[in-house]
Design a protein. Structure first.
Length: 336
């Protein structure tokens, strides 16, 4: 299993992070509609390839999570997308769940599906060049949620997924996302996230998953987006560190945060403050989608042929997050 740990280290070494470019066609269409670009397979590929060929990929991005459509596409240089990513010194990964559906027994909550036929799909993705995978469980916070049923069901699915992925010699990203939607306090987020993560690791251990070959992709501890409570970035960092120190086994090599609705700047600043506090053995990095791409997408939409300008915007954001993953970011560097 040391091979899996080597993959984790390659993905997260020297402040590198993960570009989450695994949006489904539906999500990508919403993003493109928002900036007035037609969502065709060609345009989706053009935007993604523009990012994958950016110069800072080599210094900042250790892994790229792809969607099923993208991993099978061929770049404008006539090489397969995983080969293109590998040529930039990064690892290709793949989202393998099939989405969150209503949970039987608690229809207001979600269970992530995709275990049926997963072993065969993993073999195919491995042949296509994937080195790691992603599966996302989602949890709501309210007076009644997340329920024990939701916490147990999603943890069980994440563990079964992880065991199958490691069996196929790939690294599983375990993503239990406690959503920031709602009016909950940061303390409630802390309590629920701690419970969710602890249960995930209980199940991972039960399913004999090698924790040294896993990346955890959690949310940061935030008050709900409809909450009246306003907490400082410093408090977000402290609560997040306290939660992870008490919930994540020390064998886990790396934690790559999701941005979860934060703005590009918030996601960078909070990651930086977390790393200033990080005295653990965990690598604390990023696995951002919107918080890495939003500025580049807005710029690109004005002229989809301006590849260089789009890459400049993406390069800056990637560089800022890699500095933050080392606790070296500042507002002065951001605005240079």
């Amino acid at each position: 299993m040391s091979e899996l740990k080597n993959i984790v280290n390659k993905i997260l070494e020297n402040g590198k992070g993960i570009l989450a470019a695994d949006e489904s066609t539906g999500t990508m269409t919403k993003r493109f509609d928002g900036v007035g670009v037609p969502s065709t397979p060609e345009n989706r590929l053009l935007f993604r390839e523009t990012l994958f060929c950016s110069s800072e990929m080599k210094n900042c991005i250790g892994g790229v999570i792809l969607y099923d459509e993208t991993i099978k596409q061929t770049s404008s240089k006539k090489n397969k997308i995983p080969e293109l990513i590998e040529g930039m010194g990064s690892c290709a990964g793949i989202k393998v769940d099939t989405g969150a559906k209503s949970l039987a027994g608690s229809p207001n909550e979600k269970i992530t599906e995709g275990l049926d036929g997963l072993r065969d799909r993993l073999k195919e993705y491995f042949k296509l060049g994937a080195k790691f995978t992603k599966w996302r469980g989602v949890y709501n916070i309210s007076k009644d949620f997340p329920s024990k049923l939701s916490i147990h069901s999603n943890a069980h699915a994440l563990a079964r997924y992880s065991a199958l992925v490691q069996e196929c010699n790939m690294v599983p990203i375990v993503e239990p996302e406690v959503l920031m939607d709602g009016d909950h306090s940061a303390k409630e987020c802390f309590n629920k996230t701690s419970e969710v993560i602890k249960k995930c690791f209980e199940e991972l251990i039960l399913h004999k998953v090698d924790l040294k070959g896993v990346i955890l992709k959690p949310n940061m501890i935030l008050a709900g987006n409809k909450s009246k409570e306003k907490i400082s970035n410093e408090e977000v960092a402290k609560l997040t560190m306290d939660c992870l120190k008490s919930s994540v086994p020390s064998e886990v090599p790396g934690i790559a945060f999701l941005s979860g609705g934060q703005s590009e700047l918030e996601a960078t600043e909070n990651l930086n403050l977390i790393n200033k506090l990080n005295k653990t053995g965990f690598i604390m990095s990023y696995s951002y989608g919107r918080a890495l791409q939003q500025g580049a997408l807005k710029f690109w939409s004005k002229n989809i042929k301006d590849i260089e300008g789009t890459q400049k915007v993406f390069n800056h954001r990637a560089k800022m997050n890699t500095l933050a993953a080392q606790g070296k970011w500042s507002k002065e560097i951001e605005s240079r």
